[in-house]
Design a protein around this ligand. Structure first.
Ligand code: ATP
Length: 675
């Protein structure tokens, strides 16, 4: 529940009911949030502001919420920020009339480009007062910048940024900004630049915004009836919004519906819809089959092959269904039977990558099947030997603009769950029922479409055999899933206790791999002088929104891979580490070059150790300021289906370390890794 009271004095007397929300008002809230680390206070600032928006300008609730979570549109639209530093610096320089040398030297000194923008703006003489920015205007401006494509795109992006920056800080232009005292305060330039960079760094998680939004709406609805909500009312609102959002992650659909029909009717009006991808359910790792038996004791469960490919959510609506695809992307597959779409684990549109799947899809759909959402894994398929190929083969497929006739690596789709069928959401049904539907609604086709192989058994020996068979069939191991009751429902976006993964690697004692972000690189020695020879990797800390260094890595790369990585990474070199990178301060450990946070790599490690050189999870383990580090890390593959903020978290690494320490109390002193 919000812990702050609304301030009696209205800080924005100009903001009248029906006026567009002033961007300055949102920035004041951002600034208040930035000045505290207390979660409840952050939540209260957020929810109070949203209440004010609801009271005065409800039509701006959507852009306000989107700017709070630093998104411009739902993930499946593919609209993203994360503009490169050089474009932002150019725009700051041109819009404030400061030389690029000044901007660069400020950047070197201050580190945070947002603050550089705030300082530059404050130094600018004020000739005339620009029209104040509005939340709507900023959202529109950012959307335009993010979607510019084609010839001269970079120049036009700079123009777009300049336009926003020139209108920023209408009230404060020319006023001194104390960047040390209050982190630059509510400067609009600062927040515009940080939004452009893709990192607001307020410690404001999307989860918190969802709770704040639910609270604000409940408060607003009840106050219109002259009532104050109870804690129970607020809790009902929060759980309703969370559930609805997990099935239909689109504020563009949910917020207008909430405004029109009210929170109480939200569940009825906003249900899972083909066309809007759900965040997939995820599994917890287990170390052994006996651990599975312990966790699922007394319950019926099923062991499915864990295919090693790419997760794909397939949506379909037949032409003769009495509904339409909610948001058919332009590249959606259209056939005589209906419209289909395919989304990645990140809700990215994969239609351009898999036109071959979309072309064949109608032949796998039974006559009476009119609409569905399937959860599947696409796997590279050997047409001659009729078997699954390793993941690396799948990676050689082009990512975009694939033409069906050019496809060399064929894929087979292995479906393992069905979330929606013939107009009805199935997520709350038991897995046994969902699997029955899966078996009834489709026609398998060899090498094209199949249901994941499984065995329903609670016997250790039989599970062992299934595991061995899965590995022989080029799978990674087993996914063990609860079959009955509410525990077996599909839990979108959750890493659930009711799905356990047993990978063959765990059994060999190596443990799960980690997905880490590349922050920097060191020039190679010997044969590798023309490329980078080693890299600095980091995990992600969602609480602080920082990337925390975790190891240097120089093993597992072929020459060809190093060459490709050099090409890829050269394009995202930045002058200095971002202020949200945490690494040891000693000069000798600094990488030769730093990168924008963009690429995620899967890495294996022998074990974990404490090290003063790295910062990972330093706040999570009492280690005298040392961070956790990987020993003998080895590059496995690029994870282009993961964004940097979906990398392994500091908390996960701390848990792995604690598990390891509790297992091997006999370990000697920590040793630093080296490359
Ligand atoms: P994370 O490390 O975040 O869990 P990941 O993709 O590395 O992500 P994995 O350990 O590989 O996770 O296990 C989950 C993935 O396994 C799913 O996302 C899915 O792509 C894949 N998968 C393959 N077969 C199945 C199956 N039968 N049931 C569920 N998932 C499956």
């Amino acid at each position: 529940q919000a812990t702050l009271k609304s301030t009696a004095k209205d800080p924005y007397p100009d903001w009248k009911a029906g006026d567009p929300v002033p961007y300055a008002a949102l920035c004041t809230t951002f600034s208040k949030i930035e000045m505290t680390t207390k979660r409840l206070e952050i939540l209260a600032h957020c929810s109070l502001f949203l209440r004010q928006v609801l009271r005065l300008t409800p039509s701006d609730l959507l852009p306000t919420t989107l700017l709070m979570i630093n998104k411009l549109a739902a993930d499946y639209t593919g609209v993203e920020l994360g503009i490169g530093e050089s474009l932002i610096k150019k725009a700051i320089s041109e819009s404030t009339g400061r030389s690029s040398q000044h901007i660069n030297s400020d950047h070197n000194e201050i580190g945070d480009l947002g603050l550089v923008a705030a300082k530059s703006r404050s130094k600018q003489p004020t000739m005339f007062k620009p029209k104040p920015l509005t939340v709507q205007g900023v959202h529109k401006g950012l959307l335009a910048i993010a979607t510019i494509e084609g010839q001269g795109a970079q120049g036009r992006k700079v123009d777009g940024i300049k336009k926003l920056l020139s209108a920023a800080d209408a009230h404060n232009a020319g006023k001194h900004v104390d960047i040390d005292k209050d982190k630059g305060g509510p400067s609009e330039s600062k927040f515009i630049v940080r939004t452009l960079e893709g990192k607001l760094r307020l410690g404001l998680a999307e989860r918190t915004v969802v709770v704040a939004l639910a609270q604000a709406v409940i408060f607003h609805e009840m106050s219109q009836k002259g009532k104050t909500p109870s804690t129970a009312d607020l809790a009902t609102g929060e759980s309703t919004l969370k559930t609805v959002y997990s099935e239909l992650p689109s504020y563009e659909v949910i917020i207008p519906s909430m405004l029109e029909h009210g929170m109480l009717n939200l569940r009825e009006n906003c249900r899972l819809q083909p066309g809007v991808p759900l965040k997939p359910m995820l599994a917890k790792p287990t170390k052994s089959i006996t651990e599975v038996l312990d966790r699922f004791e007394g319950k019926d469960f099923t062991c499915e092959y864990k295919y090693d490919g790419e997760r794909a959510q397939i949506h379909f609506v037949a032409h003769d269904a009495d509904m339409e695809m909610a948001t058919a992307a332009p590249s959606a597959g259209k056939s005589d039977r209906g419209v289909s779409n395919i989304f990645s684990r990140n809700s990215e549109d994969l239609s351009k990558k898999y036109p071959d799947i979309l072309a064949k899809l109608p032949t796998w759909v039974k006559e009476g099947t009119k609409s569905f959402v399937l959860d599947c894994e696409t796997v590279a398929w050997d047409m001659v030997e009729k078997k699954v190929l390793p993941f690396q083969q799948l990676m050689t497929r082009k990512r975009k603009d694939v033409k069906v006739e050019d496809v060399k690596v064929k894929v087979c789709v292995f479906a393992f769950d069905i979330l929606y069928l013939n107009g009805e959401a199935l997520v709350n049904k038991s897995f046994r029922e969902r699997r029955d539907h899966l078996q009834d609604a489709f026609i398998p086709a060899e090498g094209e479409f199949a249901l994941a192989k499984y065995g329903n058994t609670n016997e250790l020996e039989e599970i062992q055999i299934l595991l061995e068979d899965s590995v022989k069939a080029s799978c990674e191991g087993l996914m063990v899933k609860m079959l009955d009751g509410p525990e077996s429902s599909y839990e979108p976006s959750k890493r659930s206790q009711n799905w356990l993964k047993v990978k063959k690697d765990y059994l060999a004692g190596v443990g799960d791999s980690l997905d880490l972000v590349v922050l920097g690189a060191y020039y190679g020695k010997g044969k590798r002088t023309s490329w980078y020879g080693a890299f600095l990797l980091a995990c992600y800390n969602p609480k602080t929104q920082n990337y925390e260094s975790v190891c240097n890595i120089g093993t597992g790369f072929s020459e060809a891979v190093l060459e490709t990585l050099h090409q890829q990474l050269s394009e995202i070199v930045i002058d200095r580490p971002k202020p949200f990178y945490t690494h040891s301060v000693g000069n000798k450990d600094q990488p030769d070059v730093w990168f924008e946070p963009r690429y995620v790599w899967e890495v294996k490690t022998a074990d974990l150790t404490l090290s003063p050189r790295y910062r990972a999870a330093a706040d999570e383990v009492s280690s005298g300021g040392k961070g956790i580090s990987l020993r003998f890390p080895r590059f496995i593959k690029e994870r282009d289906d993961k964004k940097p903020d979906q990398a392994s978290t500091s908390k996960m690494i701390a848990e792995m370390y604690q598990r390891q320490e509790s297992v091997s109390k006999t370990k000697g002193p920590s040793v630093d890794d080296d490359f």
